[in-house]
Design a protein around this ligand. Structure first.
Ligand code: NDP
Length: 487
């Protein structure tokens, strides 16, 4: 690797320096709202460069873990301050790079800052328990120790929040990291890494290598010096990473897809249910793992709910997320747009009725981007592809039911179990939902999307490897328990 000045091509950050890949290969990062706008170039780095980054991280971790939690926290607080000072610039980069609207991008960046501060504070919280020994002359306690080097593999849909909710806990508990961001959002992450650089983290503690998942992600999965991998992304890729880690005895944490239902009971506040459904399904162009994709409505209120939903959907302004007044941006990439259009066709083929949207948007302001209309299907049955597979786009499947019991059966009739919500005013319905809904996040009278940084987050069934991220729960993954017996 040779050291270069960082220009339009965003370099790797390894051992405290920005370095060019020997591959010489780069890919342009294009604005999905206007592909004539090139944000910069992302390097397609090599396996060898990933292994070098891991080697530096391994050396750096030895000194990093010796610092007090308080001292490690100081670096996180500084990174939060730098990120805060660059919030507008980084949010704008995010909007240009992956399309979510500027207010959403600002909100996400603010979330990243709050997560850094939360985990900075973790450096002063307890890392063990005293357990009474059967030997009255002995002291027995537990302590938490870092894993070592953690590989961080992230998707493009939350380019700031997801990397930070993995990096911050990894670092505060004494691990070093090598992060491989999704290609579609690597420039936004490079800017976040610049904040870590400015915060003065010791060389080698934070490293970033960009490139293809099948090269860089695979290299992290296979490297015996990577002690744990934390991954968010699709199920297929996640399972491969899990198998690779299991084969060599490394720890892994996988957060994957969702097919999140909303149940609207006959006694629901319909206006609230409509607003929350719109927000859950269409914000971020439906590209949240917790996005609402199935809306299961009791027959008594079905028509009212449907009419109000259609009226509100018609008000949605779609366009370049940098422009004020735009509510929904484009799909993040051409392949994502094609996936959404494929599922819309599938819905039609399988007999669902298209009520709204269903098309790629064309014409002035749209032709150079990957815009799709907010889309609603009705007459959807639970066995249809659009009711079973994750679309990751602004598509709602309306399913009518004649009882809440039936609604819950359908809500659970998918392989995923990430998030779910119900709208009802009946306490018994709320409690049944909490008890019987197979999801890691259940929300009542609130949209399916949305997590709080201080609470555990993760899915059931095929949505996760059953570990939890965020809040105090992150400690479970990023540390090992050591039981100490002193006599
Ligand atoms: P992918 O699984 O395609 O990619 C995720 C990351 O894995 C990318 O950095 C990708 O690199 C990398 N990768 C690809 N192939 C490999 C490989 N063989 N080995 C190691 N790493 C690899 O997901 P998307 O980026 O498309 O993200 C969308 C998905 O993420 C959706 O399914 C969504 O549900 C899920 N998601 C889940 C969340 C959760 O918390 N449960 C939250 C947000 C999203 P590359 O740059 O080459 O693509």
């Amino acid at each position: 690797m040779t050291v270069e000045t960082k220009k339009e091509t965003y370099l790797n950050y390894v051992n405290g320096a920005w370095v060019a890949s020997t591959s010489g290969e780069t890919k342009p990062s294009l604005n999905p709202a206007n592909t004539k706008d090139v944000i910069g170039y992302v390097q397609m780095s090599t396996k060898e460069e990933t292994d070098q980054a891991v080697a530096h991280a391994k050396v750096a971790q030895k000194a990093w873990k010796k610092l007090s939690g308080n001292d490690r926290g100081t670096f996180l607080y500084k990174a939060a301050d730098v990120l805060e000072s660059r919030l507008d610039e980084i949010a704008e980069c995010m909007t240009r790079e992956m399309g979510k609207t500027l207010p959403e991008a600002k909100g996400e960046t603010a979330r990243g800052i709050a997560i850094l501060r939360y985990y900075a504070g973790e450096g002063l919280r307890k890392v063990g328990d005293v357990i009474p020994s059967t030997d009255s002359k002995a002291l027995m306690f537990t302590s938490r120790v870092p894993l070592g080097v953690v590989g961080v593999i992230t998707p493009w849909n939350f380019p700031v929040a997801i990397p930070i909710w993995k990096m911050a806990p990894a670092l505060i508990y004494g691990n070093s990291i090598v992060i491989k961001p999704a290609q579609e959002a690597a420039i936004t992450l490079a800017k976040v890494i610049e904040c870590f650089e400015e915060a003065g983290f010791p060389a080698g503690v934070v490293n970033m290598v960009t490139g293809s998942g099948s090269v860089i992600g695979q290299a992290l999965t296979d490297n015996p010096d990577v002690n744990g991998i934390t991954f968010t992304g699709s199920n297929g890729v996640g399972k491969g990473i899990g198998q690779g880690c299991l084969a060599r005895g490394a720890k892994y944490q996988l957060e994957m897809g969702g097919k999140n239902p909303v149940i609207v009971a006959a006694d629901a506040d319909i206006d609230l249910a409509v607003d929350s459904t719109i927000s859950g399904a269409f914000r971020s162009t439906g590209q949240k793992c917790t996005a609402t994709s199935r809306v299961i409505v009791e027959a008594a209120v079905y028509e009212t709910f449907k009419e109000k939903l259609l009226a509100k959907t018609a008000e949605i302004t779609v366009g370049d997320g940098l422009e004020s007044g735009i509510w929904m941006g484009p799909s993040a990439s051409e392949s994502q747009l094609n996936t959404v259009l494929h599922y819309i066709e599938k819905g039609k083929e399988e007999g669902a009725t298209l009520l709204a949207g269903g098309n790629r948007l064309t014409g002035e302001g749209y032709d150079n981007g990957f815009f799709v209309e907010p889309t609603i299907f009705e007459n959807v049955t639970s066995d249809m592809t659009i009711a079973q597979e994750e679309i990751f786009g602004p598509v709602i499947a309306l399913i009518q039911v004649n009882s809440l019991e039936n609604a819950l059966t359908i809500a659970n009739d998918v392989e995923f179990g990430l998030s779910a919500s119900i709208f009802t005013s009946n306490i018994q319905s709320m409690l049944s939902f909490v008890e019987d809904m197979e999801a890691g996040l259940v929300r009542i009278n609130s949209e399916s999307a949305g997590v709080e940084l201080q609470a555990p987050f993760g899915g059931m069934k095929q949505s996760s490897s059953h570990s939890r991220e965020q809040g105090e729960a992150a400690k479970e993954f990023f540390t090992s328990i050591k039981t100490v017996f002193v006599k």
